[in-house]
Design a protein around this ligand. Structure first.
Ligand code: UD1
Length: 462
């Protein structure tokens, strides 16, 4: 287990570059499986989720050359070695289920993918994926295996374009359906589709590959059958989650950070909310500079939503920022039913946060009549005190890093491996900005000593 020791209380300042987006790159790798042509990617983030996806692709026959130093990656899948994704990838991340969409048009064999993982922030079902693929003509069933279940999928009769209407614009289900629809005869129409920037990046890639995809103004995406594919060169979009995370590092620590490569167009909802609470930013030619210039004002009402709304992955670090704003703010999480578990640790650090099962604010969401705590009220400003913290998931993990950067004494944060999954080179980036932090690898084994004591012992060991 790796642990981060962070001594906070310093304004962070400097210049960093945005990395390629985790939520785009992982899907682009899966999309490359549609064809047997070489795909070259630039701006590839060196993160755990890309590593897992590369391994998944290699497992089924892809040849991959990843030049991590130059951030380029070449992948070609001349033929499939297998269409069985081994069970050890079960729970690794949300990618294996997308393999079904990409492989249905490429093989007559059964495609077998283990149950999917990802962060523990709600039930995260895949019903929309399965129904859409079935509507395109795939036979999909869930079967119990030795340790846990797997989805078995095949389309022996081929796929056929149709109209699919989502009850909710799921990102993953939209991506899976687009991937399958490229190889479905005729035209597929997806209504109420997700239109996140990462999906548009996927569509740009697929257009280069040979697909014809139209995005209409009303969340409708039309995909035409394609069977002629080309070699592709594609630069991965900047990671808007990473950009927002470092923006909040800058403003909450009362510092100033320029993020090269941050794309204005993808950050509109975030920048609006930042401005409402008094956070500073300048949009420059090559990126965005974020800075603190006045005491932050609370009184905010924020609702997470699908794009173009305020992204749910920005919510956790934004809550940390709101602990430093004057007044009460309301946050209503409408994407995941269970995304406030992390607030207990913030409360232990001194934050004033109250949880509610009701939909606070304007609208009623899907979780209105559930018992899930999906709204909160944050009162600030409150000083945060250092603590021994355990990271429960990726975005909560970075929120804890920001909280630790605000605390004047020293925090020890365990389960740092979660951050490796999605934050490229974060040790280097935070150090560049002047953060006082050390990463320590601890030997395995149980002990009753506090995290702090174990870390100190590891640091002083000869
Ligand atoms: C993706 C992102 C994640 C982001 C999320 C929403 C990746 C790897 N992850 O996750 O960072 O937080 O979009 O922007 O890109 N749902 C169903 N049935 C389904 C599928 C989803 O009910 O078949 C529900 C989920 O339970 C959840 C909501 O839809 O409540 C959103 O999920 P979805 O948009 O599918 O998110 P992911 O693609 O998993």
């Amino acid at each position: 287990m790796d642990v981060l020791k962070i001594r906070g209380g310093k304004p962070l300042q400097g210049h960093i570059s945005a990395s390629g987006a985790k939520n785009a790159m992982t899907k682009l790798l899966v999309a490359s499986l549609l064809s047997d042509k070489k795909c070259t990617f630039h701006n590839v983030p060196n993160i755990g989720d890309v590593e897992i996806t590369v391994n998944l692709c290699r497992e089924i026959g892809s040849e991959v050359q990843w030049d991590k130093k130059n951030r380029t990656l070449e992948i070609v899948t001349h033929e499939l070695k297998t269409s069985y994704v081994p069970q050890r990838y079960s729970g690794s991340n949300r990618i294996p289920i997308l393999m079904i969409g990409a492989l249905l048009g490429r093989t007559d064999e059964d495609i077998i993918v283990p149950t999917i993982g990802g962060d523990q922030i709600g039930t995260r079902p895949v019903d929309l994926h399965i129904h859409a693929l079935q509507k395109l003509g795939a036979r999909i069933e869930y079967r119990d295996m030795k340790k846990e279940g797997a989805y078995f999928a095949q389309a022996h009769q081929g796929l056929k374009g149709t109209i699919i209407s989502f009850s909710y614009p799921s990102v993953g289900a939209t991506e899976n359906t687009i991937l399958a629809a490229v190889r479905a005869k005729g035209i597929t129409v997806i209504k109420n589709a997700a239109i996140e920037p990462e999906i548009i990046d996927l569509i740009l890639f697929l257009q280069k590959l040979g697909a014809n995809i139209m995005v209409d103004v009303d969340r409708t995406i039309c995909i035409q059958y394609a069977d002629q594919f080309h070699e592709v060169e594609h630069t991965v979009m900047a990671d808007r989650n990473e950009v927002a995370s470092y923006a909040m590092v800058a403003i909450s620590t009362k510092g100033r950070v320029f993020i090269e490569g941050a794309e204005h167009f993808h950050m509109i909802a975030f920048l609006n909310k930042l401005r409402e609470i008094g956070g500073g930013f300048h949009i420059k030619k090559t990126g965005i500079e974020f800075y603190y210039h006045q005491p932050l004002k609370g009184g905010l009402h924020l609702e997470t939503d699908v794009h173009p709304g305020f992204m749910t992955d920005w919510q956790q670090p934004f809550v940390v920022l709101l602990t430093q704003a004057q007044g009460s703010s309301v946050i209503h999480e409408t994407v995941y039913e269970n995304r406030f578990g992390y607030t207990q640790t913030l409360r232990d650090m001194g934050a004033d946060i109250e949880l509610f099962t009701q939909c606070l604010g304007g609208k009623h969401c899907r979780f209105a009549s559930s018992n899930h705590h999906h709204s909160i009220v944050v009162k600030g400003p409150t000083p945060l005190h250092a603590k021994d913290i355990s990271i429960p998931d990726l975005r909560a993990g970075f929120a804890y890093v920001i909280a630790a950067l605000l605390a004047t004494d020293e925090s020890a944060i365990s389960n740092v491996e979660y951050l490796d999954r999605g934050y490229d080179d974060f040790m280097h980036k935070l150090t560049l900005l002047g953060a006082d932090l050390t990463r320590v690898s601890l030997p395995k084994g149980k002990t009753k000593a506090s995290l702090h004591t174990i870390v100190d012992k590891a640091l002083t060991a000869p």
